[in-house]
Design a protein around this ligand. Structure first.
Ligand SMILES: C[S@@+](CC[C@H](N)C(=O)[O-])C[C@H]1O[C@@H](n2cnc3c(N)ncnc32)[C@H](O)[C@@H]1O
Length: 284
């Protein structure tokens, strides 16, 4: 049924604050005052589906034990921004290509090459990384163990990512030769394409909350890629999370964030890479 803002019950100041606090405590994401309408729409749309009339009643439901967690996992998907694209920041992805190419040239590869994409949304980011990594290894005629771990808080986004199917429009940022090598058409009429199995097999998608990095059982990483996630967080929280990510890097590994996403952070073990096209830090 069509639904509009006019029919949504008004979210009071107190309720806005209450929901915002819950969202921030659980995800780190803050909803600013001008996004209040968005919060109101998403909450009331879900309440309508459940036949709930009052925000307070729904709040009680979402906060209540295991049952609440199930409902929360549905709601959170609707409250976070999942905008993404292939090669969203081409310079960062090309930086990864140069980094790996150098390692191959210097014969300084480890037994494994591990990459982590945090806040991977519907998969475009980890698949873009997977394309350039595959390019490098294919060119060098190498097939070392390598894998990409891709985590996100949204289960529906992860499901989409695992399927790896995208409409033609989503492939616009992908160069023609990359398209030809890394995608297969699945439906001519709908113009949908699937990422080839060789890449999909390398990416492991799993549920993970950036707020709980320390609880994630991951190996040390060569590349940690975290873009367009921390921008929704308070500055002190961004720094805390980056400190945790720094501890997950191998010596010589790279932490890559979105350009300008964090301005006032340094770490004793990390050095900012002298390339103004990207915001990358190397573990010394
Ligand atoms: C704007 S998208 C960015 C996607 C991709 N990194 C990019 O740059 O294109 C932000 C993603 O972060 C995820 N996210 C938000 N809060 C999160 C959290 N606390 N833990 C894990 N993922 C989170 C959202 O579900 C969403 O998929």
């Amino acid at each position: 049924m069509a639904w509009s803002l006019q029919t949504a019950p008004e979210l009071s100041d107190l309720q806005f604050e209450q929901w915002n606090k819950l969202l921030e405590a659980r995800t780190g994401v803050q909803v600013s005052a001008h996004q209040r309408g968005f919060l109101q729409i998403q909450l009331s749309r879900r309440m309508r589906e459940l036949g709930i009339k009052h925000y307070t009643q729904y709040y009680g439901q979402v906060s209540a034990g295991m049952q609440g967690m199930v409902e929360w996992s549905i709601l959170v998907d609707r409250l976070v921004v999942k905008e993404t694209s292939f090669f969203r920041h081409r310079e960062s992805i090309e930086f990864v290509r140069r980094f790996l190419q150098n390692r191959i040239n210097n014969q300084s590869l480890d037994d494994s090459f591990e990459v982590w994409s945090l806040g991977c949304a519907t998969g475009e980011e980890p698949y873009s990384l997977s394309m350039v990594i595959n390019d490098c290894f294919e060119l060098a005629g190498l097939e070392p163990y390598h894998g990409i771990t891709a985590t996100d808080i949204s289960q529906p986004a992860l499901q989409h990512a695992r399927e790896g199917v995208y409409v033609k429009r989503k492939l616009e940022p992908v160069a023609p030769d990359e398209r030809a090598r890394y995608f297969k058409i699945v439906d001519e009429e709908r113009e949908t394409y699937r990422v080839i199995d060789k890449l999909r097999d390398r990416v492991c998608f799993s549920h993970g909350n950036v707020m709980k990095v320390s609880e994630m059982p991951l190996v040390k990483m060569d590349i940690i890629f975290c873009q367009n996630v921390l921008i929704y967080f308070r500055r002190w929280r961004r720094r805390e999370i980056l400190n945790e990510l720094a501890a997950r890097l191998k010596p010589g590994g790279i932490l890559m964030i979105g350009l300008g996403e964090v301005v006032d952070w340094t770490h004793p073990k990390l050095q900012r890479v002298a390339d103004e096209r990207v915001q990358a830090y190397v573990h010394i």
